[in-house]
Design a protein around this ligand. Sequence first.
Ligand code: AMP
Length: 608
Amino acid sequence: MRGRTLAAHDMRYAALADAYERLEATTKRLEMTDVLVALLRVVPREQIDRVVYLTQGRVFPDYAGIELGLAEKLAIRGIALATGRPDAEITSLWKASGDLGAVAEAELAKRTQTTLSSEPLTVARVYENLKEIATAAGTGSQERKLRLFADLLNDASPREARYIARTVVGKMRLGVADMTIVDALAATFATKEERDRVERAYNVSSDLGEVAKALAAEGLAGLAGIRLRLGRPLRSMLAERLETLEEILERLGTAALEYKYDGLRVQAHVGRDGIELFSRQLERITGQFPEIVDALRTAVPGREAILEGEAVPVDANTGEFLPFQEVSRRRGRKTDVERMAREFPVSLFAFDCLLLDGEDLTTRPYADRRKTLEGLVRETDGVRLATVRTTADPREAEAFFDKALQAGCEGLMAKSLTSTYEAGARGFQWIKFKREYSAALSDTIDLVAVGAFAGRGKRAGTYGALLMAAYDARADVFRTTCKLGTGFSDEVLFGLPERFKDLLVPHAHARVDATLTPDVWFEPRLVLEVRGAEITVSPVHTCARDAVRPGAGLAVRFPRFTGRWRDDKRAEDATTQDELLAMYRGQQKAVRGEPGSAARPEGRSQDR
Ligand code: AMP
């Protein structure tokens, strides 16, 4: 044992560099696992978490949100300092190869005199320096980071320098998947059959370093201590997909059908002292969503909980969902977030509760968790519960699916009532059923403004949205098809009351057919050019009512003003309801991939 303790202080970084070189030389998962097992076997247990993080190219687990990412310019200076070469030379070498690791290695190899005082690098020293580089802040921190890096290079072999330089700029990229490390940990400290338990510990902690430490200390028994904890995200449960609701219900029996919102998945850790938000990839996104943090304070007062939900931008003026792109712009921003949050605030639609006041709920059935969630959340505009319907009847499910689409959702998420929350796993406990692929509307349409809703917040004093209609030529009537609140410059927006003042009428114009009641009505005269994402069926709009489905009309989804007033058009020259109906049918054809239609699968472009 004594030897081991001594070794704890002795592990050489060279052993890691050696393993890394081997890992780089293969793309085969099994070979990678073997290399990792060989490494893990000789790592002193006190250092195993550090070795795991270093192998992942980091110094802390992902979720800590502390990244190693020394600016390249600074890293170049560090290499120049350690090798005595001019900055410009290092810079041009770096530009040629794009790999600072290779540059550091090559330059260190040219170093003729080895410093007498040079000491072999240990894991402890490399880790401590890197940790300081990752966390140093404030005045003088750049200089300090530079020195810490150069200090490592001074004592590094060329090969060690390759990996240190890559790590420091956040580009280790050995190609080792987290699950390969799980394989290796299982092979080192347990049996093949017990691998699942290792993976589960990783799924609830998202921290391979901690899993490794527990295994090294106590073997499998050590994993019992790894539990769900506030402030540390668990890996998200994922859904399978089936093509029909019948298949889904056949598989699940009576199931909970939830609206599938099209936004960003958020894991909210609500503590008494603070709130943290994590993305599906477990990045810390708290700073990007101040409005969710505020809303959660009111919605979950005085309790400690981990909630999951989907964040979706809602137009305060129309009450409708906005395309998620409006929010994507916040990504990576440090400034302006508050303003963006006011402009396009998101609401959180909560769909699960995973921890409550210290108690892990993931092992409880869905039905229990939902009940807990309903008892816990005080709904506000900012935090709502995902709409749910429990049924075994495919016809009822179809009708509910239609409602979800009409509400602006992507489809449904069907959940087994008895399923536990399987962190990190994709299975048939959750099955998604999405709106079929639809062709995006490629043409703009011209719609007539028939009314307007008073603006709120930033838009107080003007209109928040216009009520827009298409023309029914047969009846010579204008029938509504959307609320238009996007695409206006401030100047146009605040000029709206003036522009419409001569068209105001005290009630719905005789030639206007609407079920919605705006705050003001207009004589149908002004035509605006609008671009929409697609045409959907809607219970609130009167355009082509009953043509597709009894009681429902057609709506333009995500309408946006192009900025062009069609003053050249009379209201009667606007897009007709028959044209919209034809567009809707064309879309449906595209869905089925029939000829003559430009099918363009919509799909989600990114794994949000
Ligand atoms: P997909 O991204 O198409 O694989 O669908 C899974 C995603 O749907 C999840 O990661 C969530 O972001 C999102 N989602 C929206 N509504 C729900 C819901 N009610 N339950 C679970 N996930 C949902």
